[in-house]
Design a protein around this ligand. Structure first.
Ligand SMILES: Nc1ncnc2c1ncn2[C@@H]1O[C@H](COP(=O)(O)OP(=O)(O)O)[C@@H](O)[C@H]1O
Ligand SMILES: [Mg+2]
Length: 224
């Protein structure tokens, strides 16, 4: 198995309160892993540790053979920017930017010239059904459209791993499954691994591996 991400014995605390307990996690290139669990069980905290956003109190997170805690801050942020994508629950777009500018942001931050970055963004947006709205301001769009832009932005730089934290939480179920279909298909096409937090059993069933989180404890579900 070609491992892109490995976590071993990860603990994370907010003050005294433990949000993640001794989590082990292994992700192969191109794998889709689904994490389910009730609100407050620690799913977002785990994702932030895996994505190098929050440093674990104990344990290690290794990305493509490099332990994140060994990296200086500038290298860690470069790795996050260039090799990781993140879809937040409510999209978290920049309202003043256009659709195309929002989706191109990871490439622009990585120093890619505007023309090339916008062309790449337009390709991904087109596949997500937003090809006609490239110049529209993000603030002028519906929830479903915003969520699609967030998906485009997380995939545009062809990251090795995309983390999606309840990416369709703000959508009705018809829109949610359409966005998820596109998301998983695009990710597969570019061999991007996906870690998706979801409450939807149908989405979890389509993943290559399933995990449950209960009170900070992550358990892999064994499928037969
Ligand atoms: N910024 C924070 N400060 C203090 N406690 C927090 C913070 N964020 C989350 N928590 C607590 O950590 C636990 C796990 O939260 P979280 O990772 O957000 O769970 P989930 O994503 O599964 O809903 C919860 O008990 C939550 O209240
Ligand atoms: Mg959460």
């Amino acid at each position: 198995m070609d491992v892109i991400l490995r976590a071993e014995g990860v603990d994370f605390f907010y003050g005294e309160q433990q949000a993640v307990s001794n989590a082990d996690f292994v992700l192969a290139r191109g794998e889709v892993a689904a994490i389910m669990g009730s609100s407050g069980s620690g799913k977002s905290s785990l994702l932030y540790c895996l994505a190098g956003v929050l440093p674990p109190a104990r344990g290690t997170v290794t990305f493509d053979g490099v332990e994140l805690s060994s990296l200086p801050d500038t290298e860690l942020s470069a790795l996050r920017r260039e090799r990781i994508g993140f879809v937040f629950q409510y999209g978290e777009l920049l309202d003043e930017l256009t659709v195309e500018e929002n989706a191109a942001l990871p490439l622009r931050l990585a120093g890619v010239a505007k023309d090339r970055a916008h062309a790449a963004a337009a390709r991904v947006l087109g596949r997500l059904g937003l090809g006609d709205l490239l110049r529209r301001r993000a603030s002028k769009l519906s929830g479903g459209q915003r969520q699609r832009i967030a998906v485009a932005r997380a995939l545009v730089h062809q990251p090795d791993v995309v983390f999606a934290d309840e990416p369709t939480g703000a959508l009705d179920s018809a829109n949610a499954s359409a966005v998820l279909e596109e998301f998983l298909r695009l990710a597969k096409d570019q061999d991007t691994a996906v870690v998706i937090v979801t409450h939807d059993p149908e989405v979890a069933a389509r993943a290559d591996s399933q995990y449950a989180m209960v009170d900070g404890v992550l358990t892999q579900r064994v499928t037969v």
